[in-house]
Design a protein around this ligand. Structure first.
Ligand code: GTP
Ligand code: MG
Length: 309
């Protein structure tokens, strides 16, 4: 004998109270699985309203909130630096860019998201420090909703964990991001690597084995170079050098992996994208230097392309 539908509805309401984002959707799915399988009547209505609830929750999670903070997007990709307080996010931002930012050996040195441009392999990439994410951020603790709002528009995340700090610190932050339904390509930077003991690094590696890991110290230029390379991989972009009238641009254009010659032409000028006849290609995607190719030819990282009109 299934429980009366009103009792089920009341239980559903109770179980969904205080849950948002992924957690709420998970609970709704569990409730649907528990519903008796009637095709019509009050149970069928309940199933319908629970299915609607999944959609509504998604819409709420994606909504831009009233108290949002705007970070103007610049560069070919936007990468967020995310982690618990005092792990060295601002120090990395400073080491990779020209920006002057306050750093300090205490939590909450940075109070608002800070963007900074950095050039990686000749392409401008925007880094944004997202400070102050703490447990309960999704319920707006510490102004968390606006901070998560900024994170939502980023292309990828560098999670920062300081060697010697418990993995739980970053797990808490990741959990809030998860509840908010934010899911982006990500890597893990182990910060203050100059001070890190091997077992501390192993502990973090174990706790975040799903993320590619890179050790970083702002005192070690080689490690910063390694972080740049990892950030570049994370953007998923390729570099294409444009050649016009026999001379090649110094600065590459950044395009998504899988881009064609037609995409290259459109990135120069949308009219050109429609009208050009083909291209010449030098570099990894060319069978031989200066190969003539059609519009659908897929370019590769570090190709040089001359659009033929
Ligand atoms: N030894 C060492 N110290 C570092 C390194 N990176 C940062 N620090 C120090 O760690 C402390 C915290 O650095 P911040 O960059 O302010 O950290 P944050 O994560 O931005 O902190 P909040 O903005 O407060 O969340 C500062 O005293 C830095 O000088 C590093 O690679 N090696
Ligand atoms: Mg900071």
């Amino acid at each position: 004998m299934p429980m009366p539908h009103r009792t089920f509805a009341a239980m559903a309401k109770r179980r969904l109270t205080g849950k948002e984002g992924k957690e709420r959707i998970r609970e709704v799915r569990a409730l649907i699985a528990e519903l008796p399988d009637y095709k019509s009547g009050p149970y069928a209505d309940l199933r319908k309203s629970l299915l609607d609830e999944i959609e509504d929750t998604r819409v709420r999670s994606n909504a831009v909130h009233r108290d949002s903070i705007a970070v103007r997007r610049e560069g070919a990709a936007q990468i967020a630096l995310v982690g618990p307080p005092n792990v060295g996010k601002s120090s990395i931002l400073q080491a990779l860019s020209e920006i002057q930012i306050k750093t300090g050996d205490y939590p909450f040195t940075t109070l608002r998201p800070v963007p900074a441009l950095t050039r990686i392999h000749g392409v401008l990439v925007q880094l944004v420090e997202i400070p102050g994410l703490i447990g309960g951020a999704f319920e707006d603790r510490g102004g968390g909703r606006a901070l998560l709002g900024v994170l939502r528009s980023a292309d990828a995340i560098v999670f920062c964990a300081r060697a010697g700090y418990p993995p739980a610190d970053l797990e808490t932050v990741r959990n809030e991001i998860d509840i908010a339904g934010i899911d982006k390509p990500a890597i893990l930077a182990i910060t203050r690597a100059d001070e890190a003991a091997g077992d501390e690094v192993d502990q973090l590696r174990g706790a975040f084995s799903d993320l590619e890991m890179v050790r970083v110290s702002v005192l070690d230029p080689d490690s910063l170079g390694g972080l740049r390379d990892s950030i570049w991989q994370l953007t998923g972009l390729i570099r294409v050098y444009l050649r016009t009238n026999g001379s090649t641009d110094d600065e590459p254009a950044a395009l998504p992996l899988g881009a064609t010659v037609a995409d290259v032409a459109a990135s120069v000028h949308s009219d050109l994208g429609a009208s050009f006849s083909g291209a010449r290609v030098w570099g990894p995607s060319a069978k031989f230097e200066g190969q003539k190719v059609g519009r659908e030819h897929v370019v590769q990282d570090t190709d040089t392309v001359e659009i033929l009109s």
